[in-house]
Write a protein that binds this ligand. Structure first.
Ligand SMILES: [Fe+2]
Length: 161
């Protein structure tokens, strides 16, 4: 039986991943309206990734005989003043997700829950990649400076799908 403190922390993380997915979908919707379909496609891909993580946490909890539930989630932000601002928001969100995963590993260790630690270890490489990619995109957007540069990045993101 999974320890209650661990189960509750993992269950809270289900809502963290879900909130991140919804936030990315809100960013995608914003980008579509700006005419940036490449950025929109990128944010949608990220949203799918977070939903996939959420599902893995639910499956793990269910496998440990714990019913995963969702917390109330606030509406995501929907307004940004620039592409740099929306991309910076995405980067901050990835940093927060990395911190959360790190805290969960610490909690699993604290409670000598090696199964949960092994489960969480599976997320670390992907989370490091997600954070690094978000940082790279922010750097590239800052480099672009003008509309033409942003359109090149948009095209690149659109081609990646
Ligand atoms: Fe995630």
């Amino acid at each position: 039986m999974i320890q209650d403190a661990i189960a509750k922390a993992l269950n809270d993380h289900v809502s963290v991943e879900t909130s991140s997915a919804i936030a990315y979908l809100s960013m995608a919707s914003w980008a579509e309206i700006q005419g940036l379909s490449g950025f929109a496609a990128h944010f949608k891909t990220e949203a799918t990734g977070e939903l996939n993580h959420m599902q893995q946490f639910i499956t793990y909890l269910n496998n440990r005989d714990y019913q995963a539930t969702f917390n109330a989630m606030p509406a995501p932000r929907s307004e940004w003043d620039s592409v740099e601002e929306v991309v910076a928001h995405a980067y901050e969100m990835e940093i927060e997700l990395t911190t959360q995963i790190n805290n969960l590993v610490a909690k699993a260790r604290e409670h000598n829950d090696y199964f949960t630690e092994a489960f969480l270890n599976g997320f670390i490489p992907q989370q490091i990649t997600d954070q690094a990619e978000a940082e790279e995109l922010l750097k590239r957007v800052r480099m672009a400076k003008d509309g033409q540069g942003l359109l090149i990045i948009d095209q690149h993101l659109g081609a990646k799908g």
